[in-house]
Ligand binder design. Structure first.
Ligand SMILES: [Zn+2]
Length: 169
């Protein structure tokens, strides 16, 4: 899906839709599996200085792999951000201004052919944790559970071997 970002902002139009995670290959590389959907709304607007911007909301659930216990878990995506549209030629100069002030919206290059899927993909990638992990305590309880399970298994093997030994005698 392609939109004219400046036209969207100027006419304060709104586009909304849903992407299956499987449609976003760069995102899938960072996930555990390709299940889930992401709903999005992009609304054209202007800032207090009459500069064009896009308000972007993305929500959904993706599957991440915990880097501690390697199990999967569901991560909610809930993005609500504003992106200021800057002429591509001015982007370098403007980018520094944007980067200096955290209260200012992020800048992206204005484009008459904005690829909506790529934009959503970029924003979701930025929003994901760099080192995905379960919340505190979750992995620990899983790991303790796994240890108990393997102990029980090894004990029952021992008991079974003892029975076998008895039978042989
Ligand atoms: Zn974990």
């Amino acid at each position: 899906m392609i939109v004219d970002s400046l036209k969207l902002a100027r006419e304060q139009q709104r586009v909304a839709g849903r992407f299956a995670v499987a449609q976003l290959p760069r995102l899938v590389e960072s996930l555990l599996g390709n299940t889930g959907d992401l709903d999005y709304v992009i609304a054209g607007d202007k800032d207090t200085h009459e500069r064009p911007l896009l308000r972007l909301q993305v929500s959904g659930v993706v599957q991440l792999q915990c880097q501690r216990c390697l199990e999967g878990f569901a991560q909610h995506v809930d993005i609500d951000t504003a992106l200021r549209l800057v002429a591509e030629a001015a982007l370098d100069a403007e980018y520094e201004a944007c980067g200096d002030d955290p209260s200012e919206p992020e800048c992206i290059a204005a484009s008459s052919e904005l690829d909506v899927a790529a934009l959503i993909e970029d924003e979701v990638l930025l929003a994901l944790p760099p080192y995905p992990r379960h919340e505190a305590g979750v992995c620990e309880s899983k790991l303790v559970g796994a240890n108990v399970a393997s102990k029980v298994a090894s004990q029952s093997v021992t008991a079974f071997s003892a029975l076998q030994a008895l039978k042989v005698n």
